[in-house]
Design a protein around this ligand. Structure first.
Ligand code: AMP
Length: 282
């Protein structure tokens, strides 16, 4: 059963039949069995080879190290299985360092209905590396927004949101908008698409992310109402521990959330508003 929000997306999208076949392409790379890099896109057949080559190059040249094992999966997607939608609004919250960034992100999560216990335990897990042994997870933690309990079955793998992408028109509109504020980079673009899909999942009330890429210190929180709130600092430069948490409302149907995140195809064809920056005051 689809959420009302998604049903609307299906109806709206079904008015615009896809002209070309769509493929989902996914990459996962590891080193000594530990997660190094992953990527997912939707594309047309003509772009598959170029994207596959770019994903191989990314896995072999990652700042966390060169992958020694790499998988690429390609699946053709049925047009009737594709849901549409728009990316979330974007706001940058200016913070002076990662400690203030984490206080600000915690404050926003509390506002979105995540309990202080759940915020505290989740930030601690991301800071120490949320997979067993303090390693990076391959996917995200699923966290009960009230109790803070972790709900994913496998704490090394987590849950990966896949099978989502942007139309070519939406991508160029997004890039033009992001260029205006110096944010047109692959981290922000990919995070927006991922966040859009996660926010559409039934039962997800918020997301928290900071990258495990040692050269990228920014992170974000999202909620359906406020969209994507970006913090330039959520971790110190050089830190390799990072990850993602999807916060679920109590009683959410976990199997349904996972099935949506892993299987529902979503092609976003619109972007959100770009709001002026906000300076965080503790
Ligand atoms: P990245 O933003 O690519 O540096 O990813 C940071 C962390 O977020 C990764 O180590 C994973 O734990 C998690 N992650 C990355 N991509 C996904 C995804 N598609 N779905 C769920 N979690 C993800």
């Amino acid at each position: 059963m689809l959420s009302p929000r998604l049903t609307t997306l299906f109806l709206r999208d079904s008015l615009r039949p896809m002209k070309e076949a769509i493929y989902s392409i996914r990459m996962h790379a590891s080193q000594n069995s530990n997660h190094v890099s992953g990527a997912e896109r939707l594309c047309n057949k003509a772009d598959l080879q170029e994207l596959a080559a770019a994903m191989v190059s990314r896995a072999l040249n990652h700042s966390k190290g060169s992958a020694d094992s790499l998988r690429i999966s390609v699946d053709r997607v049925k047009a009737e299985d594709v849901a549409g939608g728009s990316l979330p609004d974007i706001t940058t919250i200016e913070v002076s360092d990662y400690e203030q960034g984490r206080r600000a992100a915690s404050g926003m999560l509390l506002e979105f209905g995540v309990s202080s216990e759940a915020v505290k335990t989740t930030l601690e897990a991301l800071a120490r590396g949320a997979a067993p042994g303090g390693l990076a997870m391959r996917g995200a933690m699923l966290v009960d927004a009230i109790t803070g309990e972790r709900l994913e079955q496998d704490q090394a793998r987590g849950v990966r949101a896949t099978r989502m992408g942007l139309t070519a028109e939406a991508e160029s509109t997004l890039r033009a908008a992001l260029q205006g504020c110096g944010l047109d980079n692959v981290h922000v673009r990919e995070a927006l698409v991922l966040a859009a899909k996660v926010l559409a999942a039934p039962g997800v009330i918020a997301e928290l992310c900071w990258s495990d890429d040692p050269e990228y210190t920014a992170g974000y929180v999202t909620s359906p109402e406020r969209g994507y709130l970006r913090f330039p600092h959520l971790k110190p430069l050089g830190e390799t521990k990072g990850g993602r948490a999807f916060f679920l409302s109590p009683g959410a149907d976990i199997e349904r959330v996972i099935s949506f995140l892993e299987s529902q195809v979503m092609l976003f064809d619109g972007i959100g508003k770009l709001h002026p920056d906000i300076k965080w005051e503790d």
